[in-house]
Write a protein that binds this ligand. Sequence first.
Ligand code: PLP
Length: 398
Amino acid sequence: MTSPIRTAQRTAGIRYAVRDILKVAAEAEKAGKELLPLNIGDPLRYDFAPPPHMVEAVQKALKDGRHGYAPSPGTPEALAAVRRWAEKKGLAGIRDIYVGNGASECIELALTALVDRGEEVLLPNPGYPLYDAVLTKLEAKPVYYPLDEANGFQPDVVAMEKLVTKKTRAIVVINPNNPTGSLAGVAALKGILEVARRHGLPVLSDEIYDAIVFDGLKQTATASLAEDVPVLTFGGLSKVYLACGWRIGWAVMTGPQAVVQPWVDAIAQLARARLCASFPMQSAVAAALDGPQDHLPGMIAKLQRRRDLTVEGLKSIPGVSCVKPQGAFYAFPKIDTTEPDEPLIAKMVRETGVVVVHGSGFGQAMEHAHFRIVFAPPDEVLKKAYQRIGEWLSKRKS
Ligand code: PLP
């Protein structure tokens, strides 16, 4: 064989801006810029670590010889711990639970089991790009419903309902949201459930950041608000338990048994084909969920301080506005310009070394000129980053 291998067309439309921006960052580094990476939602790159009892649980699993394959849905201990987690969150009528290699794999299994070529799924805009990537791979169509920036990035339920067609198969909710850090209120969640109910649609509720909320607020689980609507709730060890490299996530199916059973079966069929999630790492699930939660107050206080520093730092820059994030570790500021965001942010990354991701990487129209900041890095890094962004923007104006 001499000619280059022809690859599948389905890969052509797949984008993942969070990592694609690294090419631009590499150019900046080559040009001698000190990089300030504010682009990847991995707190482990900074001054965070998983609780020691989780590390011990994995070490013990390895010592105990957990080197083989685990059951496809997950180990009985991990599944039982996730059930308790779900019950504590108020999820009513649990029909199924499965553990995957990250929430990412759980999401991919769920969509693959549900959606056929040409069908549509409603996604929040802005939102986490994995959903778009998976749907593109499935040759299905992501359809974006807006989060209303003027209303603290709450889901616009009226606009959402207008997007429902005969081809719509599901609604995705990300709460708290990546990239806005917004927390969906109970009214918005009830509105979404009402749309789902009216049109016979299941909801995929991504709650991977559920315990990372600020200002004493509380996240509400979508599935705690309705027993009659099928909801698949995602969680995991990556964010709340600071172990994203361990690749453990889970999904909890709720809703009327007869309605959800075919989806449960199809997911289980796919899960068997991919064998299992990492056996030793699943040992951390019960340790994390049932063990001490004392890392949480310190982690939340640190992130809240960095959130405040971020909002103040950005607001002090003329021509930049920023909705205050209420959870996760992302802010989604806006630059007052009509320039398309991708080349603008690439230029900013190249010339300042501050690595952030353009808003259109999260489904936004380019002219919205947003960018996403990960505010998990230490205070000094954030301060330096906002100073550089401020200087760069003021130089451009003059
Ligand atoms: N869902 C959202 C909203 C995320 O932001 C991320 C990661 O950033 C994931 C899912 C992926 O989670 P996991 O590491 O468990 O695959």
